[in-house]
Design a protein around this ligand. Structure first.
Ligand code: C2E
Ligand code: MG
Ligand code: MG
Ligand code: MG
Length: 279
């Protein structure tokens, strides 16, 4: 009896595995299709100066829908793009689209906006990454200083030696570098003093407990203190409430982004958002 039960469990497990494989394969095909049909969309989430509330930039966030039109979460499709080797093509699409949008904003006089773009480790590791980035900046007539690349700690820690030269070449273009989801990785902090980092992004998981949770308060204050010591900028992610914003302001956090201001928006909605705020 016990043996039979065990076999059923294995069977259930195998079925679950098989359907997950099918689901992933379907998403992979959707990614390929979206690349071919230009069906990805790039949305933009405003980033605000914490003190003045002025919009100082935006983070580009990739959007994909399934054939029925329902959104597929980036947390789902980005890892699949990474594992199937499609992320480089996806990432290049994002860079191209993002820089094109940045050029449009600048042509419309919005020269104060800085655009942040998320870059995957495998994409970043390509030997031609910096060269292609430089060519794209030239192509769109955008100064590197208007662009920021977001990398996670994990990516920065892998092969730190090789990273130093790549990051130096990126810095030479005037492009700045942000550490995304800071504090959620397992990395040593030693890399902070070795790499040309401009910004730490405080992860949403720490902001969510503000202003009440003692642990989140301690972590947030530590990150801000660390940033001050090293001369880094800071953006707090996932700011959803006025109380969180008040705490971050008080604690001296320079920049914020989150649903309190706005979710990621299509380019037209982003422009409308700036207009209604008189920016
Ligand atoms: P991330 O770079 O840390 O982006 C922040 C995520 O938090 C975004 O989720 C954003 O929509 C969400 N968010 C922003 N404010 C709030 C808030 O106040 N509350 C809550 N609950 N969420 C908020 P999204 O767009 O689903 O993206 C998830 C992750 O997927 C990103 O995390 C990033 O790691 C990755 N991703 C998105 N677009 C790209 C891309 O173009 N390239 C790469 N390589 N990764 C991307
Ligand atoms: Mg990010
Ligand atoms: Mg993040
Ligand atoms: Mg994240």
């Amino acid at each position: 009896e016990a043996k039979k039960k065990g076999r059923n469990r294995v069977c259930w497990f195998e079925e679950a595995l098989a359907s997950e494989t099918v689901a992933r394969r379907r998403i992979e095909l959707r990614i390929r299709e979206a690349l071919k049909d230009d069906a990805f969309e790039l949305h933009f989430q405003p980033v605000a100066d914490a003190q003045s509330g002025k919009i100082i930039g935006a983070e580009a966030l990739l959007r994909l829908r399934d054939v029925q039109g329902s959104p597929i979460s980036p947390s789902r499709f980005i890892p699949i793009a990474e594992q199937t080797g499609l992320i480089e093509e996806v990432g290049e699409w994002v860079l191209s689209k993002g820089l094109k949008q940045l050029a449009q904003w600048r042509a419309a006089g919005k020269t104060g906006l800085r655009l942040a773009i998320n870059i995957s480790g495998t994409h970043f590791a390509n030997v031609n990454f910096v060269e292609r980035l430089a060519a794209r900046l030239r192509e769109h007539g955008v100064p590197g200083s208007a662009l920021e690349l977001e990398l996670t700690e994990g990516v920065l820690m892998v092969d730190a030696e090789a990273n130093i030269s790549t990051l130096a070449r990126i810095a030479a273009l005037g492009v700045s570098l942000a550490v995304d989801d800071f504090g959620t990785g397992y990395s040593s902090l030693a890399y902070l003093k070795q790499l040309p980092i401009h910004r730490l992004k405080i992860d949403r998981s720490f902001v969510s407990g503000l202003p009440a949770h003692p642990g989140d308060i301690a972590i947030t204050r530590s990150i801000l203190h660390l940033a001050q010591t090293f001369g880094f900028e800071v953006t707090a992610e996932g700011v959803e409430t006025q109380a969180q914003l008040d705490f971050l302001r008080e604690a001296g956090c320079p920049a914020v982004q989150g649903y309190l201001f706005s979710p990621a928006r299509s380019p037209a909605e982003f422009d409308a958002y700036l207009n209604t705020r008189g920016e």
